[in-house]
Each structure stands twice: as C-alpha cells, then as structure tokens.
Design a binder for this molecule. Structure first.
Ligand code: PA5
Length: 468
C-alpha cells in the first residue's frame, strides 16, 4: 500500500459542488500565475527565509547529534519540558500528539520508555506553578527554544526555571537545560555560551512557523522516541513530488491555487477539520502557519492589499455537534479541509446490545473506525448538498513519514499561496506592535518604549456608558 498522502479537490470545483464552487475556467486562468508562483518559490529555495526547503536534505549530522542527546535525556530524566511559543511550540506539540500515544504522559514509564513531555507555551501565572507541581526538577530537562533569543514569554520562563533549578539541583543545574536558538543573533546564544549549555541552532533561513523539521521540533520528538528520520524522509518525498510545476501533479501547487481563487471569491476562512484526535493539534500548527504567513497589508511592491484567510481549528466528529450548522447554512465564506485517516492504529469494535432499540442495536458488531469515517462522509455530503467548498487530504495512516509529508505539504502550500498573493510570506510585522506596546506597559525604560507609552495615552477616553 502506498504511504503517499492524497489530495482530493473535487468538492472545491463547480463541476462537482455546483456554481458556488470554482469553475474550471477560473482554474485554467490561474494556471500561468500558479506556474510563476512555483518558479518564484523554487528560485528562492534555500535562500533568505526559505532555508526550510533545505531541511529534508541537509541535516544528517545534526540528526545524529539530536539522537545522541535524546538517548542521554532518556537515561537521565523523567520529564522533558519545552519552553517556547508560536513556531517554537506548535510544531513540537502537533507532532507529539500525532505520533505518540493519545495519553502519552499518563502511560506507565515502562510503556512510555521516554520522559513525559510538557510544552509550556503561555505565561498564564498559574501555569508555571502547575508545572512545578507535577515535575521533579531533579529529574527534569528543559529545552528553551527561541530563535530571536529574546522573546519575553520564553525568556521570563527561562529566568523562573533557572532560579528553581539552582535551588533544586545545586551545581548540576546547567545539565538540565538544552538551548535551541539562532547561532548568530539574539541574547540567548550569548547566555548559552557563557553558561556552557548544550545548544542546538535554528538556521537563519528558517522562520519560527517553518521550523518544525529543524532542531526546534526534532529534539522533543527524538526524546519521545519519534522517528525523526522518518519525518524528514516524508518531507523529502513531498518536496520531490512538488518539484514539478504541472498543477495536476503537484498537490501543494494545486491546493494553493484553488485556495487563492477561493479567497478571491470571498472564502476568507479556512476550516481545518481533522477526523482523528491524533491530528487535532495539526490544526493549531496550521492556523499559525496560514495566519501569520498570509495575513499581510502590503504587496511585495508596497501596495495596500489586506489579504489573508482566517484559519479555524476544528475536530471531527466533535465539532459536527458544535460548528457544522454554521458551515452548512451560514455565509459562503469558508473552505473546509478534511484530514482523513485511512487506517487507524487501533480498532475499536462496538459490542452488541440494546437489542430492543433498533437504532442503537444497529451499531453492534460495527466499529468506531467505521463510525468515524461514516460520519466524515456524512458531513462531507451535507456540505456538498449545501454547495460548500471542501477538500480532503487523506493519510494512509498516521506515521512519521506521512506526518513529514503533511507538514511539508502545508509549508509549500503556504509558500505558493504567498507568492500568488504577491506578499512577503515569511515576515510578521503585525506582531511587533503588540510586543512593543506590552513592554511599554510593563514599564521598560528605553527611548522607543517611553515614546510608545506616550503614544498609548493618546487613545480616546473610554466612556463609562460602555462599561457595564
Ligand atoms: O513564526 C514565527 O516567527 C513566530 O511565531 C515565532 O515562532 C514566535 O514569535 C516565537 O519567536 P521566537 O522563536 O523568536 O521566540
């Protein structure tokens, strides 16, 4: 059986879903632009912020070093904690959820055979205290991940953790920290060198949201016994598949083109609907990739554009009972992407029972595997009847190779879509204002932050009548 993931865009097309879908003529008219986008992405391969395209090929030495470090971590520690946010956390969380036991941390140690994993990607004041309640610092390793080396959330966690480790572990505290950061830029690399922490580097051309397949994601995965070589092999297979500019052979290019046409027709939301708990956090990872990469207000030639498509994270079948009503009868402003798993890693038979109630008795002798896929098909049909644009990405099964394919597929779709929209896919200037303002509010004393504090005072007075 092929391990290749498949994309089915029939339900995007008017030929299948009716006039609300994309007409073949619209796709044909877009093909020259899609070929140009493909050429632009290929021309940028490995350059500037497209270093992520090299990751499936250039990490042999680093993978060996990660595996050796992971083996040592497994020997010495009971818990492994990622301190990071955004691109430094969402990928590790998505891959762990996909490829390990759904209740990994609760498994007995002899079944888990690796440390428990915690991914601390927020600064809710209750969160650090909660973590300290469930880990033994003497048996815990912290992976501090920040490319810029200065992210307030992560570095404040670093300060809290180092103080706690010094108190708990004495002179040995430094052995409990692994740093993942830029080799050249930022303060964390300077701290790492000063303290002599074990350090891995995030390549310059790999931005946070494109970093899962570099040490950012690979270390936590390897520590939890995930086959990181399989992940990279899957990414490479997808990359090879997408080297052609034939839109009917390159799934990422076809997808990007159709998504951009859909956006131009008013579908300004992208619903990611995995029908598998293991893929639930893939929707979170995708949300950041899609939102931060494509939500831009200027084209590459400086013209106002305000483009992007709002990602929505859902889970099948759970959200059939929450959001499906809106998707079938609400505005025609969404594309729904199903993530389908052909073969689950477990089979759950449904026992016979309730023989006097035919609609329940009918379930006996079938399985959850049949039920979840039947419900997915039912949802797909309801959306078809309501003329909603959908697409289906099928994974033969969830394994390291297919997850590598999937991650790389979405990264490529995003890069092609950014090229089609003529925007800078790889920056995030819109996030900077909030960081500056937050430091100003915290009272940071620099010229720029003092000016920001003054600027913030110029907001209109809040009216009492609007505060209840
Ligand atoms: O995609 C991005 O670049 C961002 O989401 C970053 O990952 C996030 O802001 C964290 O940045 P850093 O890794 O520098 O701490």
């Amino acid at each position: 059986m092929s391990n290749q993931i498949r994309l089915d865009v029939n339900p995007m097309m008017a030929e299948y879903v009716g006039p609300r879908g994309i007409a073949r003529a619209e796709l044909d008219a877009m093909i020259p632009e899609m070929k140009k986008a493909h050429a632009a992405v290929e021309a940028g391969r490995g350059k500037d912020m497209q270093g992520w395209m090299d990751l499936p090929y250039n990490q042999d030495a680093i993978v060996a070093e990660i595996e050796a470090t992971a083996a040592k971590v497994c020997e010495e520690f009971e818990a492994f904690v990622v301190l990071g946010i955004g691109g430094s956390a969402l990928g590790p969380a998505a891959v762990q959820a996909a490829l390990n036991h759904l209740h990994y941390n609760e498994l007995p140690a002899e079944k888990r055979k690796a440390p428990r994993l915690y991914i601390e990607d927020n600064i809710d004041p209750e969160r650090m205290a909660a973590l300290m309640d469930v880990v033994d610092l003497k048996k815990t390793c912290f992976n501090v991940i920040t490319k810029s080396g200065g992210t307030a959330e992560t570095m404040s966690q670093y300060l809290i953790v180092t103080e706690a480790l010094k108190a708990a572990c004495g002179d040995d505290w430094k052995k409990h920290i692994i740093i993942t950061t830029s080799e050249q830029k930022g303060f964390l690399i300077k701290i790492a060198k000063r303290e002599g922490f074990k350090t891995f580097y995030i390549p310059d051309g790999v931005g946070g949201r494109f970093s899962e397949l570099c040490p950012v994601g690979l270390i936590a995965a390897a520590v939890c016994n995930i086959d990181i070589r399989g992940l990279l092999a899957g990414a490479k297979e997808m990359d090879e598949r997408c080297k052609t500019d034939d839109v009917f052979a390159n799934p990422a290019l076809l997808d990007a083109g159709l998504m951009v046409i859909a956006m131009n027709k008013g579908a300004n939301m992208s619903v990611m609907m995995p029908y598998a708990d293991s893929l639930k956090l893939m929707a979170d990872w995708y949300a950041q990739l899609w939102a931060e990469s494509l939500g831009k207000n200027l084209t590459l030639d400086g013209k106002p554009c305000n483009v992007g498509q709002t990602p929505i994270k859902t889970l099948g079948v759970t959200d059939q009972h929450s959001q499906l009503q809106l998707y079938t009868e609400g505005p025609f402003d969404k594309v729904i992407t199903f993530l389908k798993v052909d073969a689950f890693r477990a089979t759950t038979p449904i026992p016979h029972g309730c023989d006097d109630i035919p609609t329940i008795a009918f379930l006996g002798g079938k399985s959850h595997n049949q039920l979840i896929e039947s419900e997915r098909q039912g949802t797909e049909y309801a959306l078809f009847k309501a003329q909603r644009m959908c697409q289906i990405i099928s994974l033969p099964e969830v394994n390291a190779n297919t997850i590598g394919q999937l991650l790389y597929f979405f990264e490529l779709v995003t890069a092609y879509a950014g090229a089609l929209l003529n925007i800078n896919t790889f920056n995030q200037p819109g996030v900077e204002e909030s960081k500056l303002a937050a430091y100003a509010v915290m009272g940071y004393d620099s010229e720029v932050h003092t000016a920001k504090r003054e600027e913030m005072k110029n907001r209109p007075e809040r009216k009492a009548e609007y505060i209840l």
